[in-house]
Design a protein around this ligand. Structure first.
Ligand SMILES: NC(=O)c1ccc[n+]([C@@H]2O[C@H](COP(=O)([O-])OP(=O)(O)OC[C@H]3O[C@@H](n4cnc5c(N)ncnc54)[C@H](OP(=O)(O)O)[C@@H]3O)[C@@H](O)[C@H]2O)c1
Length: 317
């Protein structure tokens, strides 16, 4: 029916990127469902608070485990499935794929990608193994003939600003990986979420990869540090970690601690996010939605000047 908005379920909707996705889905007028593990006495107060906030926004919370019958029930009620489960749960998406096959009503599935364009990079072994799992999910979706969109959101902007320049600390030392010149792409989480909801319901993006590479968000570590120095009047003392040292850490650290260093190598030393050209057959988010006013990295740093966000997640500490 015309005017009826697609119904969207977000798996992992209470998570780091998930909560932005849920809010974006609601703000774009979609009836929104969040599939979440059952609340119990162990549930953190911040998750309980977030679930209350979601309920007030009109979100339908569906409590359940990652188990076929329970997943199937929610999938039968919606049109679009977006998965934002964390890395350790990537293979659990096979259960979501199975339920989508059985239900047969889903018009788009976005698996939990949200990072590098995994079919176009060739990183160090620990990151390669991480991406292999995500690639397996892509191939399973294709083999199952499920309509999909794969999103390469590149770096979560606030998360990486927090990690690299630590605006919440007084410290004027900063660590630079490699020589600091490689270009990366840092996108504000709110924009990643808005683009993702838009691509999920866009006929142009069906069975395609969409890369989030807005021109004002392409920066190197050195660019980021200079921008922050200009804004704060601070001078950073840079401590360089050589490529050799990073490669060595990726070989010697136990799993999963070898993954973050391998990601840093791929993104900030090799510049993998910008190592391939976008051709005329590629879809880029800011070109697909030119009227959407995204937050540039410069504007994101202005936000940090006012509200230093909480430190980056433990995964990168
Ligand atoms: N590009 C980047 O810079 C970047 C950075 C970080 C992550 N990522 C990617 O973004 C995606 C989402 O990651 P995230 O960090 O946002 O996830 P997250 O916050 O760690 O987790 C998302 C949600 O998954 C559910 N969950 C957690 N552990 C679970 C378990 N054992 N069993 C079932 N459900 C579980 C939880 O929801 P409930 O408690 O409600 O069930 C949690 O809120 C991943 O693909 C990750 O690789 C990208």
């Amino acid at each position: 029916m015309e005017g009826m908005k697609s119904k969207i379920v977000v798996f992992g909707g209470t998570g780091y990127i998930g909560k932005y996705l849920v809010k974006a889905s609601v703000s774009l007028g979609h009836p929104t469902f969040v599939y979440t593990r059952s609340l119990n006495s162990q549930t953190s107060s911040s998750k309980i608070q977030l679930c209350k906030e979601f309920s007030h926004m009109g979100v339908t919370l569906v409590q359940g485990e990652l188990e076929h019958e329970q997943i199937l029930k929610v999938i039968e009620k919606v049109d679009i499935v977006i998965c934002a489960l964390p890395y350790p749960q990537v293979m659990e998406q096979l259960k979501i794929i199975e339920a989508i096959k059985v239900a047969g009503n889903i018009k788009r599935f976005l698996p939990s990608d949200f990072g590098v364009e995994e079919d176009r990079v060739n990183p160090l072994p620990p990151f390669q193994a991480f991406l292999d799992k995500k690639r397996k999910i892509r191939r399973e979706i294709e083999a199952s003939n499920i309509p999909f969109t794969y999103i390469s959101a590149n770096c979560f902007g606030a998360y990486f600003v927090n990690y690299l320049i630590r605006p919440h600390e007084e410290n004027n030392h900063t660590i630079v990986y490699g020589n600091g010149h490689a270009k990366a792409v840092l996108n504000y989480e709110e924009d990643i979420a808005m683009y993702s909801i838009k691509v999920a319901d866009d006929p142009r993006t069906c069975n395609r990869v969409v890369i989030y590479r807005p021109s004002k968000n392409i920066v190197s570590q050195n660019d980021l540090i200079s921008l922050w120095e200009q804004k704060t009047g601070k001078n950073f003392i840079k401590e360089f970690v050589s490529e050799e040292e990073i490669i060595n850490l990726s070989r010697t650290l136990p799993s999963p601690h070898n993954i973050p260093v391998s990601i840093l190598h791929s993104v900030f030393v090799k510049g993998d996010l910008m190592n391939f050209e976008l051709g005329k057959d590629d879809l880029e988010a800011s070109e697909l939605y030119p009227d959407y006013n995204y937050t540039s990295i410069d504007q994101l740093l202005d936000i940090f000047l006012v509200h230093p966000l909480p430190p980056a997640s433990a995964a990168f500490e």
